[in-house]
Structures are given as C-alpha cells and as structure tokens.
Design a binder for this molecule. Structure first.
Ligand SMILES: NC(=O)c1ccc[n+]([C@@H]2O[C@H](COP(=O)([O-])OP(=O)(O)OC[C@H]3O[C@@H](n4cnc5c(N)ncnc54)[C@H](O)[C@@H]3O)[C@@H](O)[C@H]2O)c1
Length: 254
C-alpha cells in the first residue's frame, strides 16, 4: 500500500495501459479517477477496478481545456486533493506522409501533446496547494526514434518529452516531479490491428524476447509515483525490453 491516501488521475484509463495503471494504483491504496472520452468503457473499468479499492470515472475530452478544467475541479470537490496525474491518453495515425491530412496532423498534436498540457495545467494549482505531486507523461519510443508512417505521432510524442523536461523546471520548486514513461510495443488495443507476424517479429528484435504488457508499464508508473521517487524529475523511464537502446541485425538474436 505504497500510495495510500493519494488521489490519482489516470487519463485514457478505460482500457489498455491506462486501465492497468489505474488498477495498480488502487492495489497500492490510491483513490483513482479513471478519465476517458468513452464514458461507458470508463465506467466499466472504474467498476471493475473499484472491486479492489476506490475508483470512479469522470468523462473528459483531453483536447478540450474546459472539459479538462471541469474534471480537475470535480476531482478536488470529491476527494479534496490531487496528488498524481498520469497523462496516458494517446492516439496513433499510421499512414504514409503524403496521405496525412490536416485533420490527421491536428488530432495527433491535440490529443498527444496539447492534451497533456491542458491536464498538467489544470491539476497543478491543486498539487501546489497540497504541497507537491507527480506528473507522469506516457511518451513512446517514437519520442526518441523515427518510426515509419507516423510523422504526426512521432512529432507529438517527441514534443511531449520536451514538455516533460520544461515542466520539471517550472514545477520543481513546488515539489512536483514531471517524468515520462517510454513504452516499447505493448500488447494493448492500440496494437490490436497488428498482424500476428509483426507481434512475433517485435519479440524477435527485442533483447528480452517478448512484447511488453500493460502491467510492465503500470509497474513503472507506480515507481515514479512513490514518495521515494522525489529526486527523479525531468527524465524518462524506458520500458521497452531494451528495444530502443539496442540494434540487433536480422538473425543475430534467436
Ligand atoms: N500500446 C503501445 O504499444 C504503446 C507504445 C508506446 C506508447 N504508447 C502510449 O501509451 C498510451 C496508452 O496506449 P494504449 O495502447 O493503452 O492505448 P488505447 O488505445 O488502448 O487507450 C487509449 C485511451 O484513450 C482514450 N482517449 C482517446 N482520445 C481521448 C480524448 N481526447 N480524451 C480522453 N480520452 C481519450 C480512449 O478512449 C482509450 O480508452 C498512449 O499515450 C500511447 O501513445 C502505447
């Protein structure tokens, strides 16, 4: 129960990685707010997670600052504090560069970069009032390396790393740490459309020899949220089985 009495907001927690983070926080004693644009799935996730502790769902669209501000005020009204924000919402367009429309670009930036900015700005006054907090951004290996057919996603996720570093400075004296988790390829709905052979190949290219799980990311999100992690800020915790820092040529790994 390392997060007992903490109040945590996890965005995009209706499924996938966010739901695993929300469940892990509840197991550690936190009161958790599942925030998602999909209210039905968000409510289902919160009910399931609440079987082991305290969790509620509040619907919000992270691309809409009014919606985000109302969500943060509602969390404060119901729980009286906000200690942890996990900016986990993310969406990914995968198509050739020249097929990216204005809308594709704008959705990638609005959801993956502007959304975390709106959420961080909305919760910070409550964290300062409470004496500190934790902001954890879900970046991506696409924050560090180019990936094919994802120009807008890579651009937004790279920007999110910059925001992580800049906010760490702006909020450091307020006792708020700001870090990023960098997932590799994780077995979640975002990747459901990938062919089975792509899944197989990812495991073959990764030093640990398998895809990641949402729980792998949740474990990192617990670690960064702990009181004991107060000297870690402005940095990234890569959870990718070693993929981004290694390069094995075809056939070199069994
Ligand atoms: N799955 C991976 O392999 C992988 C790899 C690297 C990074 N990531 C990042 O991890 C995070 C979680 O990924 P996932 O695979 O669990 O995704 P997911 O698609 O399973 O979940 C995303 C959630 O965000 C919600 N959402 C979308 N737009 C929203 C909005 N405007 N406002 C509120 N909620 C919204 C969706 O309803 C959904 O529940 C994302 O930031 C993603 O970019 C994932």
């Amino acid at each position: 129960m390392r997060l007992r009495a903490k109040v945590a907001i996890v965005t995009g927690a209706a499924g996938g990685i966010g739901k695993a983070i929300a469940a892990a926080y509840v197991r550690e004693g936190a009161r958790v707010v599942v925030v998602d644009i999909d209210e039905r799935k968000g409510n289902d996730a919160a009910s399931e997670i609440a079987a082991k502790g305290e969790a509620i769902c509040i619907r919000a669209d992270v691309t809409d600052s009014g919606s985000v501000n109302r969500m943060a005020s509602e969390v404060d009204r119901r729980f009286g504090r906000i200690d942890i924000l996990v900016n986990n919402v993310g969406v990914r367009t995968t198509k050739p560069f020249l097929e990216h429309t204005d809308a594709d670009w704008n959705i990638m930036i609005a959801t993956n970069l502007t959304g975390p900015f709106f959420c961080a700005r909305a919760v910070t006054p409550f964290m300062i009032r409470g004496g500190g907090g934790r902001i954890i951004n879900t970046a991506s290996i696409a924050s560090f390396v180019g990936r094919p057919n994802r120009v807008a996603y890579v651009s937004a996720k790279s920007g999110l790393m910059g925001m992580t570093r800049a906010l760490a400075i702006d909020l450091g004296r307020s006792g708020i740490t700001v870090n990023a988790i960098v997932p590799g390829s994780i077995n979640s709905p975002m990747n459901a459309s990938q062919a089975a052979d792509a899944v197989h190949d990812w495991g073959k290219e990764t030093p640990v020899g398998r895809w990641g799980t949402p729980e792998d990311i949740a474990n990192a999100a617990v670690f960064l949220a702990l009181d004991e992690s107060s000297y870690i800020t402005g940095t990234d915790l890569t959870v990718d089985g070693g993929w981004v820092s290694t390069k094995a040529r075809a056939g070199e790994l069994a």
